[in-house]
Write a protein that binds this ligand. Structure first.
Ligand code: SAM
Ligand code: SF4
Ligand code: SF4
Length: 335
């Protein structure tokens, strides 16, 4: 039997944060009070090199890895990211290679990313109205048009595109239909993510969470009945629906309808630690062994033993957990 954790979940999916830096300061992810001018971002030599990242991916192929998502921080801020995609594509022609990005630099990179072997991008877009967008992302520099133009470029060159939107009750619930229109017009699936209690800095509270059920009902009022679709694979995070006209919507209901039972995702932080859950308090350092010339087999063995001990089910246990614990920041391990 292949590699399984304590709940018989395989390791199929690796999310790799390649930088903890970002050109946005989304209120739910990197609030400026905590990620301001004095914040100490990782020094360059603390980041895993592309060669080190490729070695980790290569060593996981024999344990059943199927999908790699490059994320951050904002992954398109890291120099030569196209070279990393090329290196990962060389490892396996069938590996599903995706990237999550805020989209503002996508226009510049889309064609090269496709050429290097990237299959898909997930672009985060929380509002189509300029003021709401700039409030959510805490930016005065960028606008929804920058992101939409990145999406249009990605589509034009032939990358697969999905859009992710985090909805907060007091900030952007009025954007749900505008976002749906922008996506249906482009025939791009839109996935709504419930606002999550990741990290320790976003002052999360349950009243701010707009549930998947509420969002479905808003979409149904505008587009008619949503029909549930069967998952393509067991570990899929979004519950997918289709309208009669074929418009696709997904709902990532980490808070109201957790999916830990099938969670086959590991996360590699920008500084080379492996996290077995988005809500982990600490990771397992791989950088140390990588910098002592560990072989693929050494790394595979280390990850095997970490995964076999994995017992995480945070979202299922959220309601019963007593004190809130210290958790790793999303921008550090990637969404
Ligand atoms: N910067 C890129 C972006 O925004 O797409 C990639 C990294 S970002 C951490 C990955 C995803 O995490 C984004 O879709 C973002 O909306 C989501 N995210 C961040 N903080 C979140 C939170 N508190 N609740 C739900 N989703 C969150
Ligand atoms: Fe940056 Fe993405 Fe976090 Fe927004 S969600 S602050 S774009 S890393
Ligand atoms: Fe996976 Fe942890 Fe999220 Fe549950 S809470 S789905 S175990 S990342």
């Amino acid at each position: 039997m292949g590699l399984m954790d304590k709940h018989q979940r395989p390791l199929h999916d690796l999310r790799i944060s390649i930088t903890d830096r970002c050109n946005f300061r989304c209120t739910y992810c990197m609030p400026r009070e905590h990620f301001g001018p004095d914040h100490a971002f990782l020094e360059r030599d603390h980041l895993l090199t592309y060669e080190e990242i490729a070695l980790v991916v290569e060593s996981l192929m024999e344990t059943g890895l199927r999908k790699v998502r490059i994320t951050g921080g904002e992954p398109l801020l890291r120099k030569d990211v196209v070279r990393l995609i090329e290196m990962l594509r060389t490892i396996d022609a069938n590996l599903d290679l995706a990237m999550t990005t805020n989209g503002v630099l996508l226009k510049r990179h889309a064609a090269d990313l496709l050429k290097a072997g990237l299959n898909r991008v997930t672009v985060s877009l929380d509002a189509v109205d300029v003021d709401v967008f700039q409030t959510m992302a805490d930016t005065t520099t960028h606008t929804p048009s920058d992101v939409l133009s990145g999406i249009d470029h990605a589509l034009a060159v032939g990358l697969g595109v999905k859009v992710n939107a985090v909805i907060r009750r007091t900030l952007n619930v009025g954007q749900v239909i505008g976002l749906a229109e922008a996506c249906t017009r482009r025939n791009v699936p839109l996935r709504f993510i419930e606002y999550m209690d990741v990290g320790n800095t976003n002052d999360w509270n349950l009243d701010e969470v707009v549930t998947g059920a509420e969002l479905r009902s808003m979409v149904e009022t505008e587009y008619g009945r949503l029909e549930a679709e069967q998952p393509n694979t067991p570990g899929e995070v979004a519950r997918r629906y289709k309208t009669e006209d074929g418009h696709r919507f997904g709902f990532i209901e980490s808070v109201s309808n957790p999916f830990c039972g099938d969670c086959s995702r590991a996360r590699l932080s920008a500084n080379g630690s492996l996290y077995t859950c988005l809500f982990s308090s600490s990771g397992h350092d791989l950088k140390g062994m990588l910098r002592m010339n560990a072989s693929n087999d050494d790394v595979a063995l280390a990850i095997r033993s970490i995964w076999e001990q994995r017992n995480d089910r945070y979202s299922v246990e959220r309601r019963t957990l007593q004190a809130s614990r210290t958790k790793v920041e999303m921008s550090f391990i990637g969404g």
